[in-house]
Design a protein around this ligand. Structure first.
Ligand SMILES: Nc1ncnc2c1ncn2[C@@H]1O[C@H](COP(=O)(O)OP(=O)(O)OP(=O)(O)O)[C@@H](O)[C@H]1O
Ligand SMILES: [Mg+2]
Length: 244
């Protein structure tokens, strides 16, 4: 579903991504973890085609995100770190906005498509609420509904649970897993929450200072001989995150 080859990018001469190669299979959930400022959002932006890297290739669904950007864009939905809702539109209009603009479904079905996406994220009954009336978890759900309404094969989630309490975090993690189960959606989830990652991810990619220092399944992650991973795992174990 996703193929990244030798991707490098620098901002103002400072390397932010260095020679990243990563493949993500159909239906797989891959978590991207790493230090703050390690390049996670930048990597997602390169995959989404929102940023042109200095070098390397990114293909999504077999389409090059730069030379076949239109086709590649139709394969994916992105949930931004900040949810990025329109504050002057209610929940339903926020979801409808993208559908009217980009959906390939006939116009007559738009209302049903929006209702389905709102139902999938569990926000039925909240259609008329404004973003200012929503909790942090609900805002994230609207962001997810907006992306899901376009039926993407690939979902890109940038820190979908950051800033949420553990119970809300759990429900968002479950939603990400349910979406894969229901639609077979491939997902890349940026997160620094070890417990979340262990709940949802098949594989973990760890970015440290723009370098991919580890790629592998969660069990191997626990045993990785990489100092920054060991530190993270120890911290998580110390707070009992991994006990469940
Ligand atoms: N548009 C930009 N212009 C210049 N520098 C940038 C830009 N976007 C990101 N950077 C820099 O690139 C580095 C990586 O940023 P990025 O947002 O990808 O990190 P991140 O891993 O997502 O961090 P966080 O965990 O804090 O969200 C940072 O040092 C950041 O300052
Ligand atoms: Mg980020």
């Amino acid at each position: 579903m996703v193929s990244i080859k030798n991707l490098s990018h620098a901002f103002d001469g400072r390397p932010v991504l260095s020679n990243i190669s990563l493949d993500v299979a159909d239906g797989e959930i891959v978590a991207v973890m790493g230090s703050s400022g390690g390049g996670k959002t930048t990597l997602l932006r390169c995959i989404a085609g929102l940023l042109t890297p200095d070098s390397g290739e990114v293909e999504v669904g077999g389409f090059d995100v730069h030379t076949q950007s239109e086709e590649a864009r139709h394969c994916m939905g992105m949930v931004f770190q900040s949810a990025a809702l329109f504050d002057f539109m209610d929940v339903e209009s926020n979801v409808m906005f993208g559908v009217q603009r980009w959906s390939k479904q006939p116009r007559s079905e738009h209302k049903a498509v929006v209702a389905e996406a709102i139902g999938t994220v569990g926000l039925q009954g909240s259609e008329k609420l404004m973003p200012s009336e929503l909790s942090g978890g609900m805002r994230k759900r609207v962001g997810i509904a907006r992306a899901l309404a376009l039926h993407p094969k690939l979902m890109l989630y940038d820190e979908p649970t950051t800033g949420l309490d553990p119970v809300t975090t759990y429900t968002i993690d479950k939603l990400i897993s349910d979406v894969r189960h229901k639609f077979g959606t491939t997902s890349i989830v940026v997160s620094h929450d070890v417990s979340s990652v262990f709940r949802v991810a098949d594989r973990i990619a760890f970015l440290d200072g723009g370098v991919l220092t580890f790629t592998g399944d969660p069990e191997h992650f626990l045993e990785a001989r990489v100092d920054s991973i060991r530190e993270l795992v120890h911290k998580a174990q110390a707070t009992d995150f991994l006990r469940e």
